[in-house]
Write a protein that binds this ligand. Sequence first.
Ligand SMILES: CC(C)(COP(=O)(O)OP(=O)(O)OC[C@H]1O[C@@H](n2cnc3c(N)ncnc32)[C@H](O)[C@@H]1OP(=O)(O)O)[C@@H](O)C(=O)NCCC(=O)NCCS
Length: 245
Amino acid sequence: MSKQYRTAITTHIDGKPHVYGYDLNKLAGNSSFARTIYLILKGEMPDKNSEKMLDAMLSIAIDHGVEPASVVAARNVYSGGSPLQAAVAAGVLAFGEYHGGAIEMAMENFKKYQPFGVKKLVEDFAKTGVRVSGFGHRLYTVDPRTQRLLELAKEFGFWGKYVRFAVDLESELSKGVKLLPLNIDGVFAALLLEMGFNPKVGKGVFIIARTPGLVAHVVEEALREKPVRRLNEKDIEYDGPRPRK
Ligand SMILES: CC(C)(COP(=O)(O)OP(=O)(O)OC[C@H]1O[C@@H](n2cnc3c(N)ncnc32)[C@H](O)[C@@H]1OP(=O)(O)O)[C@@H](O)C(=O)NCCC(=O)NCCS
């Protein structure tokens, strides 16, 4: 009879935890965190350039200011009196299709359409009106984080068919009414495919990258702000009914 849980990730060998066969006690002190993250997500050790690429991605996405929905959610939940873990979890819950949660879908799209070319994707999406995951940004017309990661992709040997497809798609989409820059989710998607990751890890990589930022914001909220944030009434427009009898 099969056992209740099956896992290939971690087990104890001679009393010591091993991840995919690697002794954590030996990795500690010898392996970077990015390298160990790659191992646990993929089941194998990265080569030097894959390690550097993943490390750059994790660093560049660590925070993006107090403004994003996830940080506002995390800080507000903490300010209501909930503990750090609840506040950070609230921040993670705000990662959705429009903010940090588009990587998996972008990976699926790139995989599906890369053999047919960018024009086919643009045509199909135009018919349905669905937004193309990984493109567009509220703040940027050119996302500087994307530009840096593309530079590093060239340097570390990841300028392959998926990165080319993503860059070509950015040009094709931007022929429309609005500039739609390749955003951080889009460039992550292309790079994760170049590194051979399954699309299912996509959202997880963003969560891993951004969680230290969320923790920092919640700790700052704890140390610097008074409890109970409240919106200022002058910033609220009430457009409901006037008093009724
Ligand atoms: C990120 C995003 C929310 C930023 O939006 P924005 O720059 O404020 O743009 P708006 O929401 O004002 O949309 C303006 C127009 O551009 C279009 N548009 C925006 N992003 C688009 C995209 N990725 N694909 C196709 N059309 C897009 C919208 O449909 C909208 O057209 P409409 O007015 O006819 O509805 C948006 O670009 C988006 O939804 N991108 C796809 C999801 C994604 O990549 N998320 C990860 C973000 S890091």
